[in-house]
Design a protein around this ligand. Structure first.
Ligand SMILES: [Zn+2]
Length: 373
């Protein structure tokens, strides 16, 4: 059995281990899909998370050819996406925990080689029209009644465009941690790859994004992780080596979030109204559309998207689509006529956010308070 590194209090998930270990890509694909069905049944029947909230982080233009794997029949070179952070609260062995998933540092992300070069080409005036000023993640947390000190975990679906230094702070003390009590959960395989990035991935990593970060604040993970009740981090390799998808069990069923696709259509292209997607899928005999800016492990990304589609529930108001929430979701925009997603998820909202009491202790209904006070 492969080695699992899970943080204290969490538990390893083994359902998918043997499937991913299959050597041949076709056999691996089928094995992952059927193992995902077993994991889905267990996860959906289990407890739910305490709360989920969605915080918009930034809007950005993105090449249409990457967003839809070259399948969309549009002359618009760019689409506009909104990148979001999820705040997830859950019980872990009876204690309340708060996870931030994708609290991307916007200033740091501008140093990503691809976006730095794009910014140099797009006139300032146009950039001003596209950039939406949004409150910072800490400001939005305050709006929910949460403090930066309340965050126990930070994780990202992958490390493209990330500068981790302002998130976890640096060992030399020059950069303070934005979330002083949080542990960053970082898949070991991508952590190591970041030190020696493949040329096909180089445009997407902030080169010094983890240089000198506080190692005491980083927990290197491997394998799939049940983080707590109704919350799991599952490997979905392909887009990057350590790509992972957050799954949460909520009152509206199971949701997943990743950047493997760019809108609901990516996981259900045969039901898409975007011109070109259906014809492309028929021609290629495929039934997902990759977010394809890093093509070198496309077969695994494809399998990962089928895994995601298997694990989540269908959208109740539009059952042809599934509850895969793109961490960067394409918006309807005048910039990209004909590329409006058939449905927009916009946000995941679940439960009541548990906020600090007078004693400064977060309390959720059903939480084991005695352990905390
Ligand atoms: Zn990426």
């Amino acid at each position: 059995m492969p080695h699992h590194d899970v943080p204290p209090g969490a538990a390893p998930i083994s359902e998918l281990d043997a499937a991913w270990a299959q050597g041949a890509a076709g056999a691996r694909h089928r094995a992952v899909r059927s193992a995902a069905e077993r994991l889905r049944d267990r996860f959906a029947a289990g407890p739910r998370a305490v709360s989920v909230r969605t915080l918009p982080v930034v809007t950005s233009p993105y090449p249409t050819k990457h967003a839809f794997w070259g399948a969309a029949l549009s002359v618009a070179p760019y689409v506009l996406f909104e990148h979001r952070c999820l705040v997830v609260q859950f019980l872990q062995r009876g204690e309340l925990r708060t996870l931030l998933f994708n609290p991307t540092d916007v200033a740091g992300a501008r140093a990503t080689p691809y976006f730095a070069r794009l910014a140099a080409r797009v006139p300032q005036r146009v950039q001003g029209l596209l950039a939406r000023e949004l409150p910072s993640v800490p400001q939005q947390l305050a709006g929910l009644g949460l403090r930066v000190e309340d965050v126990d975990y930070v994780a990202f679906d992958h490390f493209h465009v990330q500068d981790l230094r302002p998130i976890v702070g640096t060992d030399d003390g020059l950069v303070k941690a934005r979330y002083p009590n949080a542990t960053l959960l970082a898949p070991r395989v991508e952590w190591d790859d970041w030190d020696d990035v493949h040329p096909l991935q180089r445009a997407w990593y902030v080169r010094d994004g983890k240089l000198g970060v506080q190692h005491s604040r980083v927990f290197l993970t491997s394998g799939d992780i049940a983080l707590g009740d109704g919350v799991m981090l599952v490997r979905t390799p392909g887009h990057t080596s350590g790509n992972q998808t957050l799954f949460v069990n909520t009152d509206s069923g199971v949701w997943g979030t990743s950047e493997n696709g760019t809108c609901a259509d990516s996981w259900s292209p045969m039901d898409s109204d975007i011109a070109g997607l259906r014809a492309f899928c028929r021609r290629q005999d495929v039934d997902v559309v990759l977010n394809a800016n890093t093509p070198e492990r496309g077969a695994d990304q494809y399998t990962s998207m089928v895994l995601e589609r298997t694990l989540v529930d269908r959208v109740k108001r539009a059952p042809a689509f599934v509850q895969m929430f793109p961490s960067s979701e394409i918006l309807a925009s005048a910039l990209s006529p004909g590329l409006k997603p058939t449905i927009l998820h916009r946000a995941i909202t679940h439960g009541d956010v548990a906020t600090a009491t007078g004693a400064g202790v977060l309390v959720a209904e059903g939480a084991d308070v005695s352990a905390a006070v």
